[in-house]
Design a protein around this ligand. Structure first.
Ligand SMILES: Cc1cc2nc3c(=O)[nH]c(=O)nc-3n(C[C@H](O)[C@H](O)[C@H](O)COP(=O)(O)OP(=O)(O)OC[C@H]3O[C@@H](n4cnc5c(N)ncnc54)[C@H](O)[C@@H]3O)c2cc1C
Length: 285
């Protein structure tokens, strides 16, 4: 449980962090909250020569709310839980943050670290996928944005290059009245999602005018249940519609199997969690 030795630098600017990464990308690791990276180092699953601490980078901090919502990559789970301004616009952030891990992890772990790490059981990937967020990334050749739905590629694999920093998450402000729900079946030991679903629904004249569903925990990476939302749009939120939507979501991607949950069980959980999330939204005013 003792990491291999490494050098440590506390970056003072985003530019410096990118420059340090670029010097030796394969042997350098960024550290944000450290709640995934430090255990990884202690288990010697990674042995970088240099750790670049990005915790002081002001460019990666803060929650700003306008026509777009900007969440800095260093925003902790606890800050996302506590922000009333964010809750008023996107309550799904509080719903998800409230059931991530425990207060110690929530106080240190960051949304950027979670997204960059792309644990298939992490919660935020489902939320940003459902919200069609854009992820702002800085690298040696400048800044770029990528849609959340193109960001997660595989287990612990994203579209981030080794010399890039995730800077912020941008979300188009939803229409007032859009209903959101995040639900998960927690792994009893870690609190991670065995399956988690993020659902957003808008209704007009009693029928669904917009819908999105992000799923985590089920497959190798978070995905948008597009066949399910395609079916749901234009229909009233009735029991039969919800059941069909949930079934389509559960059939979208091949599920993972491990010693805790079989693929068949995970598929069943996608169905029940999507159905429960949608049902809970019927009663929202
Ligand atoms: C006991 C425990 C329970 C947990 N339970 C849950 C849970 O229920 N749900 C959940 O979703 N998560 C859970 N987590 C994970 C936790 O939320 C982590 O904090 C989070 O996944 C990683 O965030 P971090 O800031 O600690 O990242 P770090 O550990 O600092 O970094 C993680 C990885 O991301 C990279 N990285 C970090 N920031 C950036 C950036 N801005 N740009 C590019 N790369 C970056 C690092 O180089 C590293 O490879 C749990 C962790 C623990 C220890």
């Amino acid at each position: 449980m003792i990491p291999a030795s490494f050098d440590y630098v506390r970056a003072t600017s985003l530019r410096e962090a990118v420059d340090l990464l670029q010097q030796d990308p394969d042997s350098t690791k960024l550290v944000a909250g450290g709640h995934t990276l430090i255990p990884t180092l202690k288990l010697r699953l990674a042995s970088p020569a240099l750790l670049v601490d990005i915790r002081n980078l002001k460019e990666l901090k803060g929650i700003e709310i306008g026509d777009w919502v900007r969440i800095g990559a260093l925003t902790t789970h606890a800050e996302l839980l506590a922000s009333n301004e964010l809750y008023d616009v996107l309550p799904i952030f509080r719903q998800a943050a409230d059931i991530i891990a425990d207060p110690q992890v929530r106080n240190r772990g960051t949304i950027g670290g979670s997204l960059a790490n792309a644990d298939p059981a992490a919660d935020w990937p489902a939320v940003v996928t459902a919200l069609k967020a854009e992820l702002e990334i800085m690298g040696p050749s400048g800044s770029r944005r990528i849609g959340a739905r193109d960001f997660f590629l595989d287990i612990f694999t994203t579209a981030l290059e080794v010399d890039e920093v995730l800077v912020a998450i941008h979300i188009s402000r939803p229409d007032a009245g859009t209903r959101f729900r995040y639900r998960k079946i927690r792994h009893p030991a870690s609190g991670y999602a065995v399956v988690g679903v993020a659902v957003g629904v808008s209704l007009a004249d009693g029928v669904v005018s917009e819908a999105s569903i992000g799923v985590t925990g089920a497959a190798g990476h978070a995905f948008a249940a597009e066949a399910a939302t395609g079916y749901l749009i234009g229909k009233a939120l009735l029991r039969e519609t919800i059941e069909m939507t949930a079934r389509l979501a559960s059939e979208q991607a091949p599920c993972l199997s491990d010693h805790y949950a079989s693929a068949e069980y995970r598929q069943h959980l996608v169905k029940t969690e999507v159905a429960r999330a949608l049902t809970s939204l019927i009663a929202v005013p």
